[in-house]
Design a binder for this molecule. Structure first.
Ligand code: SF4
Length: 450
């Protein structure tokens, strides 16, 4: 039986797409290779958000070609965002590549892999590239490869983004916004629940704008709120999350869900990107820092203990110390549980690239990055102090990634909790007492497990 090795770079949507590709290949009889060396097919699902991510995947593929010495028939392919952005020019940059498959063609991977494999085995390797647009491709990410006792799953509800923030390559790599019908999503969720899944995270580039073109507002409720309400009614499903929303889509109907829908977890990852109105405007984000603060205030009003996380870019072209301080002030004021701080990296084909001459020196980006990470550390330590001694509900996902002899779960606020439990606890909702915390990971006392 042929074996396949899949590696994913980038975000949760990429993870989800890889899972779909794996499902197709397993259905054709492929099995998962234990390592790259043993694989008959190696596919890298790539990310384009930063140049660094592209370079990593390119370097990796370049090294993988060495495997051909021992195994000339191994099939090598790039999938996803970089494949979409660079298209068949990748073949010129990387001789010996068999496949390049873009973000709207994941459902074609198994066919193309078979063809590429046949060509290699026949001693006449051929290059295949599919990077066109395809109507309805958003509906093709719907199958799963659940591990035994897997209790959490991602469900892709929309693809693409029409927001065109000045720094972002996603509208190029992922195409126009397209959403799946509510009924199809519910069928997928119900099937996951039947297989033991208890928590579902809805995925989309701007997930809270789901269906805004396809599904009409009903009684003041957006398509996304209608979807959340339906999900809340799915029997056996315990928890709902979503990522990533756009601040512009955080309208009253959605904010109100936090106080109203029992299964919606008390966690919001809301990318702010900057606390400076001047920079937000140039980024084309469509909100001000005051509007962002107001949204947070409203969410906290209906959901006082909500866990908040964000994304921030430092060193956007033309960003001054004053702009940076506005971001820092916003962070201090909001008090995020965690955040991803990115140093601005220019992406060819985005509007921000034309801001030549306004680049922020790398050393300044580094300094600002460190500064914001220190704010996050300090805030995490302060909130950890309050949590120690408290009771928290966790959904136990499986062994801890850093110490397989322990188990890990997440609170409804999406905080990681590690504890010493047994296999029988996996998949359960437990109430545990927090005994210690590093700020970003909490530890629970096993003696009071219920
Ligand atoms: S909303 Fe998000 S995905 Fe869309 S362009 Fe802006 S940053 Fe990129």
């Amino acid at each position: 039986m042929p074996t396949v090795f899949l590696k994913t770079y980038g975000c949760q949507m990429n993870e989800r797409d890889t899972e779909q590709v794996a499902r197709q290949l397993f259905d054709r009889g492929y099995t998962r290779a234990a390592s790259e060396k043993e694989a008959d097919v190696i596919l890298l699902n790539t990310c384009s958000v930063r140049d660094l991510a592209e370079q990593k995947a390119l370097r990796k593929m370049s090294n993988l070609r060495v495997l051909r010495k021992a195994k000339p028939e191994v099939v090598l392919g790039f999938l996803g965002c970089m494949a979409q952005r660079r298209g068949d020019s990748l073949e010129k940059d990387m001789a010996g590549l068999d496949l390049v498959v873009g973000t709207q063609k994941f459902h074609r991977v198994a066919d193309l892999v078979d063809q590429a494999r046949e060509a290699r085995l026949g001693g006449r390797p051929k290059f295949f590239a599919e990077v066109g647009e395809e109507e309805g491709s958003e509906k093709t990410i719907r199958d799963h490869t659940l591990a035994p006792k897997q209790v959490t799953a991602f469900v892709s509800v929309m693809q693409g983004c029409d927001m065109h923030c000045s720094f972002c390559i996603v509208p190029t790599t992922r195409g126009k916004e397209r959403s799946r019908p509510i009924a199809e999503i519910l069928t997928e969720v119900r099937s996951l629940v039947e297989q033991g899944v208890r928590e579902v995270t809805l995925l989309g580039q701007i997930v809270n704008m789901y269906g805004r073109r396809e599904i009409p507002i009903v009684e003041g409720k957006s398509a996304f709120v209608q979807l959340l309400e339906e999900m809340d009614r799915v029997e056996g499903l315990e928890r709902i999350r979503f990522t990533s929303p756009h601040p512009r889509g955080m309208k009253a109907d959605l904010v109100g869900c936090y106080g109203r829908l029992a299964k919606l977890c008390e966690h919001l990852h809301l990318p702010v990107q900057s606390g400076s109105d001047r920079i937000l405007k140039r980024m084309g984000r469509g909100y001000t820092a005051a509007q962002y603060r107001k949204t947070i205030e409203e969410v906290r009003k209906v959901c006082p203990g909500v866990g908040l996380t964000t994304d921030i870019i430092v060193g956007y072209p033309g960003e001054t110390e004053e702009d940076f301080m506005a971001t820092r002030d916003l962070m201090e004021e909001v008090g995020f549980d965690n955040g991803f701080i990115f140093r601005y990296s220019p992406r060819e084909g985005t509007r921000a690239v034309s801001e030549a001459g306004a680049e922020v020196p790398e050393a300044t980006k580094e300094k600002w990055n460190t500064d914001l990470l220190e704010v996050l550390d300090r805030q995490a330590a302060a909130s950890a102090k309050i949590r120690v001694g408290s009771l928290q509900q966790i959904l136990v996902e499986g062994p801890s990634k850093t110490n397989a002899s322990r188990l890990m779960g997440r609170t409804r606020q999406n905080r990681l909790v590690v504890f010493e439990g047994g296999p029988r606890h996996v998949g359960q909702l437990l109430t545990v007492r927090i005994t210690e915390s590093t700020g970003f990971t909490d530890y629970a006392d096993p003696s009071i497990l219920n």
